[in-house]
Design a protein around this ligand. Structure first.
Ligand code: SF4
Length: 746
């Protein structure tokens, strides 16, 4: 397969000229008016402002350039930032489209009824925020502050979280946990005593063998990680990709293992078998640092490659060959934990299996494996102590002993009119997350919303969720506001500043301002003792040995490590933060809580005749559903397609570009049609589409009706018994050639 760096990694073609250069990387971007402007901007005297990108959670530090008329001309990566190494991904360079989008929410809206019909009327901020505060007061008086939940995503969430904690509610959740990365934190936490966190502490640039299991690096565009993978490819690292689809990463791999979906644990167990029974695991590492090797050896005794072949459809010789490649490269081998890992309900255990393999290879704490990450602590701006809520996210998720954050669907369950939860939720504050298109079981989410006494939504765009709100608050974009100082784990600690490049457009406001106004109206002014969030940042930066002035000039500041070296020294004693102080191949914690201490393979439901497993993933041009309407990114990709194998195309009588509808196992029919893409790159038992498309809010003028929303077809979830994650990949669809009648729709 073609292992050339240039053909793999478009991100690395981005240079100092940001958007303009990205036009060469992605041909279609050059059609964009703003991009042409930026080419002309060279002669103009531009001012630069420090920011960090909010198009995805990687939070790359950047410079936003504005002209003398306060027009944003371009955004480029901050050259010293470890998250981006001076280069933004195509989505990041298109981030200015969030600012420019004329479909943005422009003014506060309040739900009203005209002639018996619900509609929105425009309102002033004063009226809208007074209404929100008075409703929050009523909820608190009537049911207790705990009955008001915060559902959030991204930077605005932290401002609202402060408001909620001051108000007395810890009923807080975000889809990024139970609908995305939660299981890997549990699996790795139980094994190594450490969360993975973000960015992942994977030493990809030095690795000799990278194993990706359903992880789409290169399509998910997580910036520095993608750049490191390009370096690894340049350095002839072996890439092994396990995926029912020939992903971009798979196309650059030495081995593409086109696994039968839902059988990954069987493959992982058989890899352990080969490493142990061929005696090629990292003996020194295991002897010094691991606990439970003998139990694991016994456990995997019968999980031979021949056993796994019957389950995974991967040939025994390929299982052996790939295990030997991993062992030969160890400890510079990474079995990547992935990111969106909520698949089949046994996800924490699959992540345990991945962690155990890394343990057998000695990857954790070794160059080319996982480094010991570090971040710098940002001091808390002084405020009175928060009150203690009587209940919150922990009580709602108490049946999941390893949940470490709010489980979104448990918050939804406690909001249902017929809930049997002893704790009832009566109102939601939704910030920056399009819940109806983000959570599975859309009908349930809508039922919960309809039962609420009150719902307020803060967002930049008229996403589907705004249509259900009582009050809609227009948030300004990241280019128009201050937010908290970015401090993330990395090889060396660093901080980044986000300062406004331009004034908020229309009548929009930053989340910090919204939280402060509501707080003051609720009599919580002592928690917001500043006029501008700039004061909070300036105070924090002074405490951190720098200043707002300095950060405005540099954007990013790096700090020395204080926790010790990045990697273990030869034979160095080390205590892992587990019960035994060791890498737990056998989990003492799981055993004492009555769970399998070592992962086991369980068969998952298979599609019935005529149905195909619905698989989904990331388009490199988009982040979730929030970027689909972005004028610059929708220029690059404005609809998703249904990938079908030629065998399926023959059986179903499909041709390329033909429009089809989908119906799932529970009779839910897609709202819109989707065009077919016939390709060998997907197995015959699955279909695949990019996530985030198929918007049904007409106010999103570019995104409306383009493609299918995978989320509306995900009505069956398999819950992870350890931490409450929602396994989403057990849904099956049938392909409909004819447009379904109204009666056929659920
Ligand atoms: S990876 Fe891309 S979209 Fe994400 S923060 Fe970085 S530049 Fe922005």
């Amino acid at each position: 397969m073609d292992n050339s760096r240039r053909s793999f990694i478009k991100i690395s073609a981005l240079g100092a000229s940001g958007i303009a250069i990205s036009a060469t990387a992605f041909g279609s971007i050059s059609n964009n008016a703003l991009m042409k402007d930026s080419l002309l901007a060279k002669s103009v005297n531009l001012k630069r402002s420090a920011t960090y990108c909010e198009v995805c959670f990687w939070k790359c530090a950047a410079w936003a350039y504005t002209d003398e008329n306060n027009n944003i001309k371009k955004i480029i990566g901050n050259e010293i930032d470890p998250h981006c190494e001076g280069r933004l991904c195509p989505r990041g360079t298109g981030g200015v489209g969030m600012y420019a989008d004329e479909d943005r929410l422009k003014t506060p809206l309040i739900r009203t009824s005209i002639n018996g019909k619900d509609t929105f009327r425009e309102a002033s901020w004063e009226e809208a925020l007074t209404l929100v505060a008075s409703k929050m007061k009523t909820i608190k008086d009537k049911y207790g502050a705990e009955s008001m939940a915060l559902l959030k995503h991204g930077s605005p969430g932290s401002h609202l979280e402060h408001l909620f904690k001051a108000y007395g509610s810890d009923t807080i959740g975000e889809p990024a946990y139970a609908q995305c990365r939660g299981p890997r934190e549990t699996g790795f936490g139980l094994t190594f005593g450490s969360w993975i966190g973000s960015p992942e502490p994977t030493d990809i640039r030095d690795t000799k063998c990278l194993v990706l299991i359903g992880s789409h690096i290169g399509e998910n565009m997580h910036n520095s990680q993608v750049q490191e993978m390009a370096d690894a490819i340049d350095n002839n690292a072996t890439i092994i990709t396990v995926d029912p689809r020939l992903s971009t990463a798979a196309s650059k791999s030495k081995y593409w293992l086109a696994i039968k979906p839902a059988t990954d644990i069987a493959l992982l167990l058989s890899w352990m078998h080969v490493l142990i029974y061929e005696d090629i695991y990292n003996k020194k590492y295991v002897e010094q640092y691991a606990y439970g090797f003998d139990e694991l050896k016994e456990h995997v005794k019968n999980y031979t490659p021949e056993w796994a072949y019957g389950i995974t459809t991967i040939k025994p010789e390929d299982i052996r060959k790939t295990a030997r490649e991993m062992a030969a490269a160890a400890p510079a081998t990474i079995i990547h934990p992935g990111r969106h890992v909520v698949w089949y309900g046994d996800d924490s255990q699959r992540e345990r299996a991945i962690a155990i393999l890394n343990g057998l290879l000695g990857s954790w704490g070794n160059r080319g494996g996982f480094y010991f990450k570090e971040k710098v602590k940002v001091p808390k701006f002084p405020h009175p102590p928060y009150p203690h809520p009587k209940w919150g996210w922990e009580e709602l998720g108490e049946k999941y002993p390893y949940a470490e954050m709010g489980i979104t669907q448990e918050l939804v369950n406690a909001s249902l009119p017929d809930t049997d939860s002893k704790h009832k939720i009566k109102a939601w504050f939704v910030a920056g997350t399009n819940l109806v298109n983000t959570l599975p079981q859309q009908a349930k989410t809508i039922k919960a919303i309809e039962a609420l006494d009150f719902m307020v939504v803060l967002d930049t765009m008229p996403m589907e969720i705004t249509g259900f709100a009582d009050v809609v608050l227009p948030e300004c974009t990241y280019l128009e506001r201050y937010d908290g100082i970015r401090s993330a784990t990395n090889r060396e600690p660093s901080i980044a500043l986000r300062a406004p490049a331009v004034k908020p457009k229309y009548d929009s406001q930053p989340a910090w301002w919204v939280a402060k106004q509501i707080g003051e109206k609720l009599g919580l002014g002592d928690y917001f003792k500043y006029d501008d969030f700039e004061e909070v940042i300036a105070w924090q930066l002074n405490k951190m040995g720098t200043s707002l002035e300095e950060m405005k000039k540099v954007g990013v500041k790096k700090y020395e490590r204080t926790s010790g070296p990045l990697f273990l020294e030869e034979g160095q004693p080390y205590e892992f933060a587990t019960n035994t102080g060791k890498v737990e191949l056998y989990s003492t914690d799981l055993a004492s809580n009555g769970f399998d201490p070592m992962p086991v393979y369980t068969a998952h439901p298979e599609p019935e005749q005529g149905f195909y497993r619905l698989n989904y993933g990331r388009s490199p041009m988009h982040t979730f559903s929030r970027t689909i309407n972005n004028p610059y990114l929708s220029d690059l990709k404005d609809e998703n397609k249904l990938w079908v194998n030629p065998k399926v195309a023959r059986i179903e009588g499909l041709t390329n570009e033909q429009e089809v509808w989908l119906i799932n196992q529970d009779g839910v029919v897609s709202t819109f049609p989707i065009k077919v893409r016939v390709t060998e790159r997907i197995r015959w038992d699955s279909v695949y589409m990019y996530h985030g498309f198929g918007h049904n809010n007409e106010k999103l003028t570019r995104a409306y009706g383009k493609g299918i929303s995978d989320q509306e077809l995900i009505t069956r979830v398999a819950i992870d018994p350890l931490m409450g994650g929602t396994g989403l990949r057990g849904n099956f669809v049938k392909i409909l050639i004819e447009k379904p009648t109204k009666e056929e729709r659920v």
